[in-house]
Design a protein around this ligand. Structure first.
Ligand SMILES: Cc1cc2nc3c(=O)[nH]c(=O)nc-3n(C[C@H](O)[C@H](O)[C@H](O)COP(=O)(O)OP(=O)(O)OC[C@H]3O[C@@H](n4cnc5c(N)ncnc54)[C@H](O)[C@@H]3O)c2cc1C
Length: 131
């Protein structure tokens, strides 16, 4: 069980009470999410893996009330540190990766879907993709 300061434990428990996704505030997780593919570093206060739009709405509401910034994150491959921040990181790449709907000329996806998976889906559904 990772050690948490009382403030970290409170923040984790607050957010866990609001979302169905996972929440971490331990040092190892915060260190992992302090970097991306850039040379920059910025340590967040919490990392949340939302499972649904409701989770995202709850996190944004909590962040507004408690004056935390929100930082959306996909694969963390941005090269200018743009997924880093000192508030709450929302990592969409674990749970919110589904293809929701497809019509003849559009596809609706969740925000954490990877480019690779999306391209494979289009290939096997015989869809034309203008890149
Ligand atoms: C080796 C390498 C090669 C690369 N080659 C290319 C290339 O050829 N072409 C190219 O364009 N880029 C390239 N990049 C840059 C990088 O792959 C892109 O910037 C990539 O699209 C970032 O996606 P990500 O999911 O990793 O986003 P992240 O790095 O996680 O985030 C990037 C930004 O998007 C925001 N964001 C992430 N998810 C969401 C969301 N769900 N809602 C709102 N905002 C969100 C973040 O807050 C942040 O501001 C390369 C990077 C590396 C490391």
């Amino acid at each position: 069980m990772p050690y948490l300061t009382p403030q970290q434990a409170r923040l984790r428990d607050d957010i866990r009470g609001l979302v169905k996704g996972e929440v971490r505030c331990d040092e190892l997780t915060l260190q992992l999410y302090s970097t991306d593919a850039s040379l920059l570093q910025c340590r967040p206060q919490a990392v949340v893996w939302p499972r649904s739009v409701d989770d995202v709405v709850a996190c944004v509401g909590y962040a507004r009330e408690e004056s935390f910034s929100i930082h959306a994150r996909g694969a963390g491959t941005g090269m200018v540190g743009d997924s880093l921040g000192s508030g709450i990181v929302l990592d969409f790449s674990r749970f919110m990766t589904r293809i929701m709907d497809q019509t003849a000329d559009s596809v609706t996806v969740q925000p954490g879907i990877s480019y690779h998976y999306f391209a494979i889906h289009l290939y096997f559904s015989n869809s034309v993709w203008i890149n």
